[in-house]
Ligand binder design. Structure first.
Ligand SMILES: *[C@@H]1O[C@H](CO)[C@@H](O)[C@H](O)[C@H]1NC(C)=O
Ligand SMILES: *[C@@H]1O[C@H](CO)[C@@H](O)[C@H](O)[C@H]1NC(C)=O
Ligand SMILES: *[C@@H]1O[C@H](CO)[C@@H](O)[C@H](O)[C@H]1NC(C)=O
Ligand SMILES: *[C@@H]1O[C@H](CO)[C@@H](O)[C@H](O)[C@H]1NC(C)=O
Ligand SMILES: *[C@@H]1O[C@H](CO)[C@@H](O)[C@H](O)[C@H]1NC(C)=O
Length: 552
């Protein structure tokens, strides 16, 4: 089912600004290998499925560059670029059971190549499926559609650029029954680095379980520095993309080299030296990807870290534990006397029933139990960071009372902790990310906390959300808070906050912050899209019966 959602997402984000004019239709393109000589031996073929709305001739220079790079590896590579109805392959392949129109489009593109002298051999060894963006989603579905029909794989493997395979299941990266190259871009405003990190993690697991050689050869996940989403289809600017930082010639060159290196590793005929060079290129690209994405994964692990398998609890939010220290506002010496154990709740209903508490430890220190929960955008969306981290903490008054010390900073706001999230993200960021952000990125505006009406817990949990709103200057962030006095009626001495996630901060630093203000201003749809990406949690979970429970 997931693939269906992912198709919808890419479809939606690639459809926004373009309509196909009547009468415009692409022709299938077949490209003979450079230096082609007539032979009766079977020849390799790359089928390149275009992204949504992109006229297929925008892939011709990329395809020719791939052919030239392959030729340097002694690989004679044909390419066809099928034309899709209305330039949307998704219309021809809405699911694995309705993919016949795309399949027949591909076959008729192939027959064009046959007419030019291509010799078709065993598809499971010679036919490689590539796709850009939405085209990658279609390629993934096409593979699945024609694999289920027979035991043999219908194509030799997949090359996805600015795209990805299923997140989970039989066609996720680890389970995919064929080699898959995932080749994405750093400055991609659509398939963002944080999104690619999902498959990057899978790549790392493959490396752990099957070794580096297997992972690099068969399931490489690469982010190419300084390229954007549109660099794969030169001359066509995909809406919502980011500015690239290399010229197109350089971009096309590295794309071609990477694809050719992956193919060379798959070919028995590749010479030993070429294989070693190809392996080394991909290994280095993977190394760059690792240092680039590690900060994001680290930031995500602060949102929630899983429990060790020995316990039945749901782990903790290291960020909430840190926030409790900050909110307590003690001097360093007094802060050393509190220990915070956070308890994470995947279900917000369990957060509702969890309340922070404290215990005096035998050594005179204070143990504080905080409660946490994170919310996410739909997993079909572009942002994989938490949309907010909800933390239920003890108030500074309560902690100070229990450690019998005055707080050094008694009035720490949720927004102060948001500032901390930003500085954490900046400390974690890869040097290139930070430098670019400092030079070109829009920063943050921290607005004062809002206070939940009537201090009603369920409203804070289910209705009040972290507010994010961007303008030409900055992304404004406002935390909903709930604060009770020590002499309050219900759950006195608490301080609840919904915080900005450090991973969300990194996502912003790597992508949307870099959109130039004038582009941002002219793009109405951007804000709309951003807003609709915010989970409809309030509408889904908030109901009157919960209100009548009263203050939680
Ligand atoms: C290739 O050579 C064969 C015979 O060797 C010939 O029959 C065929 O027409 C040639 N094809 C092209 C496209 O030149
Ligand atoms: C995944 O593959 C296994 C083994 O081939 C099969 O038994 C299972 O039904 C497949 N799952 C789905 C959802 O297709
Ligand atoms: C993406 O990069 C290409 C090539 O450098 C450039 O022409 C294009 O304008 C970039 N797209 C955006 C939205 O800046
Ligand atoms: C204190 O909080 C912890 C963690 O949420 C919980 O397991 C425990 O039952 C609470 N203790 C009391 C006395 O409520
Ligand atoms: C953007 O929002 C911030 C915070 O609300 C405000 O201070 C700033 O003036 C706004 N900038 C523009 C260009 O509207």
């Amino acid at each position: 089912m997931w693939a269906g959602h992912s198709r919808f997402f890419l479809l939606a984000s690639l459809l926004s600004a373009f309509a196909v004019l009547p009468g415009e239709a692409d022709e299938h393109i077949a490209l003979k290998p450079p230096g082609y000589s007539n032979t009766s031996d079977p020849q390799k073929m790359l089928i390149f499925i275009p992204g949504g709305n992109v006229p297929n001739n925008h892939y011709e220079s990329t395809a020719r560059a791939i052919q030239a790079a392959a030729a340097e590896q002694e690989l004679m590579l044909w390419v066809v670029i099928p034309a899709a109805f209305n330039r949307l392959c998704i219309i021809e392949c809405t699911s694995t059971v309705t993919c016949a129109p795309l399949h027949s489009g591909v076959e008729s593109a192939l027959s064009l190549a046959l007419a030019q002298g291509w010799v078709r051999g065993a598809d499971s060894e010679d036919l490689w499926l590539a796709g850009h963006s939405l085209g990658g989603v279609c390629a993934n579905t096409l593979f699945q559609a024609y694999r289920s029909a027979s035991a043999a794989r219908p194509y030799a493997g997949l090359i996805l650029v600015g795209s990805y395979v299923d997140i989970s299941g039989n066609y996720s990266l680890p389970s995919y029954p064929a080699p898959v190259l995932t080749l994405n871009a750093e400055l991609d405003g659509l398939v963002r680095p944080g999104k690619t990190s999902v498959w990057w993690q899978q790549h790392m697991h493959i490396q752990e379980s099957r070794g580096e050689e297997f992972a690099i050869t068969n399931k490489p996940v690469i982010i190419l520095p300084k390229l954007n989403h549109s660099d794969f289809c030169p001359g066509f600017d995909v809406p919502d993309d980011l500015p690239a930082e290399v010229d197109q010639v350089e971009a096309t060159g590295i794309i071609a080299k990477s694809v050719a290196a992956f193919l060379a590793l798959q070919m028995e005929a590749t010479g030993v030296t070429d294989k070693l060079d190809s392996f080394e290129l991909i290994r280095q690209q993977i190394q760059w990807t690792r240092q680039f994405l590690s900060p994001y994964l680290q930031a995500q692990s602060m949102e929630h870290s899983a429990a060790d398998t020995m316990t039945s609890d749901e782990g903790s939010s290291p960020f909430c534990a840190e926030a409790q220290h900050l909110i307590a506002g003690l001097s360093d010496a007094d802060d050393a006397r509190i220990e915070v154990h956070d308890g994470f709740h995947a279900d917000s209903k369990n957060l509702e029933h969890c309340h922070p508490n404290w215990t005096a430890l035998e050594d005179g220190r204070l143990l504080v139990n905080s409660c946490s929960h994170t919310d996410y955008y739909p997993d079909t969306g572009q942002i994989t960071a938490a949309s907010e981290i909800a933390c239920k903490m003890l108030s500074s008054d309560r902690v100070a009372q229990q450690v019998k010390a005055g707080a050094a900073r008694p009035h720490v706001q949720c927004s102060d902790v948001n500032r901390h999230a930003v500085s954490l993200a900046e400390k974690l960021a890869a040097p290139s990310t930070l430098e670019r952000f400092r030079k070109k990125g829009r920063g943050w505006c921290f607005l004062d906390d809002t206070h939940t009406a009537g201090n009603i817990g369920p409203i804070w949990i289910f209705k009040d959300a972290l507010q994010l709103e961007e303008n030409a200057t900055c992304m404004s962030v406002t935390s909903p808070s709930l604060f009770t006095e020590l002499d309050g009626q219900t759950y006195p001495g608490c301080h609840y906050c919904k915080f900005l996630s450090p991973a969300f901060v990194l996502d912003w630093m790597m992508t949307d912050s870099l959109k130039p203000a004038q582009i941002f201003r002219s793009s109405q749809s951007h804000k709309l899209k951003f807003e609709t990406a915010i989970p409809k949690r309030a509408a889904m979970h908030f109901s009157l019966p919960q209100l009548s429970v009263g203050y939680q």
